[in-house]
Ligand binder design. Structure first.
Ligand SMILES: Cc1cc2nc3c(=O)[nH]c(=O)nc-3n(C[C@H](O)[C@H](O)[C@H](O)COP(=O)(O)OP(=O)(O)OC[C@H]3O[C@@H](n4cnc5c(N)ncnc54)[C@H](O)[C@@H]3O)c2cc1C
Length: 373
């Protein structure tokens, strides 16, 4: 087993980029080259902005290249709960905006995205009752969903959801962004971020606008946000290709604590169990643990998957105290997005793009809808 190695990197090589060196000038500096930052970088370049994008490590070194590959509409809370939390109108706008973003993701990287539905399954009677409420709320507002009773269990098939290949996506986004004129730099951590300038170990980026899109590291890059967002470690394991099972759909269950999918090559990737060790996983130490490996192996066993475990990896994400993502102007012309509470593949892209829209045009309805209280 390769501990730390991620299932998505098999047979793919990420491109390398230079380090920031000396003084550079731009309209927008994007900090963080995950799905959120890269979507913003591409959008900025396509808007004709002079954009520089930097990462502390390599391309999508964080959760953007190390996640479960589920594409889910909405915010972290299920739709019926979101309605109660933020009000019906705002929840509906948020949900619709994520559906629109999924359409754009699919159009931008069609080879990496498959939208054939994803299942929220019920683990027990109480979750079944909650699935029904969730389903009814979606149907009432005309959002795509079907009741599912089939070989994978009982619950909701959210037919507009799906899966994607995280590494393929980021490689393609970086390629498109550079072709559109963006300048990308890796191994260049932002050491300090102030209005107008980003300092790196060997250089400085003078930027009219700055977007910080570092999710699990927001508390460090912008200490102003440290009372709003905390780092959390999420872990997954991946099997060798297997035909013991045939999971048609990606799944999440136990209120989203556990999630899995079978890849086209037959490998099964499964994550979850954080609720069983909640305090140890509130950490920014990016190291997989034996406890979680054992839980995930047992979970696979329960799904009749006995194939060899080949991968065990983790990454750090940001969780907010109110379950809502951060979309905020932290200081003049310095924007922050993140704190997606473990479901940022779609919202992160959406909010990164919204910040660029706000910078380019002075207004973004999506930014205003999500803007942190
Ligand atoms: C195991 C796991 C499974 C998950 N499964 C799902 C899922 O199925 N569906 C879903 O929607 N979400 C899932 N998530 C959450 C999702 O992956 C994240 O919300 C999303 O990837 C966040 O993207 P991002 O671009 O905002 O941040 P990241 O992808 O984390 O990127 C941040 C980047 O910022 C860089 N960075 C950090 N500090 C600095 C600095 N000082 N200077 C410069 N760069 C810096 C990092 O190196 C990193 O590349 C999962 C996460 C994990 C860990």
């Amino acid at each position: 087993m390769q501990i730390g190695q991620v299932i998505w990197d098999v047979e793919l090589t990420r491109p390398e980029f230079p380090e920031v060196s000396g003084q550079l000038d731009c309209d927008v500096c994007v900090i963080g080259l995950g799905g959120s930052g890269l979507t913003a970088t591409l959008a900025a370049a396509q808007q004709g902005l002079n954009v520089i994008a930097i990462d502390a490590d390599r391309l999508a070194a964080g959760a953007g290249g190390r996640n479960g590959g589920l594409l889910l509409a909405g915010i972290a809370d299920f739709y019926h709960n979101a309605k109660e939390m933020v009000g019906h109108d705002r929840a509906r706008k948020m949900y619709q905006a994520t559906l629109d973003e999924m359409d754009r993701m699919q159009a931008t990287v069609p080879d990496a995205v498959t939208r054939g539905g994803a299942l929220r399954l019920a683990h027990d009677e109480s979750e079944l009752a909650d699935c029904k409420k969730h389903f009814e709320a979606l149907i009432e507002d005309g959002f795509p969903a079907e009741w599912y009773e089939g070989p994978q269990g009982t619950g909701i098939n959210i037919t507009s959801d799906g899966v994607f290949h995280p590494t393929k996506r980021v490689i393609k986004l970086a390629q498109l962004a550079t072709e559109a004129g963006a300048r990308i730099f890796t191994h260049s951590p932002a050491l300090s971020v102030n209005s107008g300038e980003v300092i790196t170990p060997n250089g400085k980026v003078n930027a009219k606008n700055i977007l910080v899109a570092v999710d699990g590291n927001l508390h460090k890059v912008l200490p102003e946000l440290s009372d709003k967002v905390r780092p959390v470690r999420l872990q997954m394991i991946g099997t060798a290709p297997t035909n013991e099972v045939k999971f048609e759909y990606a799944v999440y269950v136990r209120d989203g604590w556990d999630y899995w999918q079978q890849l086209p090559n037959g490998r099964v990737a499964i994550g979850g169990g954080r609720d069983l060790s909640i305090e140890t996983e509130f950490t920014d130490v990016n190291e997989p643990t034996e406890f979680m490996r054992k839980y995930l192996i047992d979970r696979l066993d329960g799904l009749n998957v006995k194939a060899e475990i080949e991968y065990h990896w983790s990454a750090i994400v940001g969780y907010t105290h109110n379950d809502l993502p951060i979309a905020q102007i932290v200081k003049p012309n310095v924007y922050a997005v993140g704190g997606y509470c473990g479901t940022g593949n779609v919202i992160g892209a959406l909010l990164g793009r919204a910040v660029i829209e706000k910078i380019a045009t002075g207004h973004s309805e999506v930014f205003d809808t999500f803007a942190s209280a």
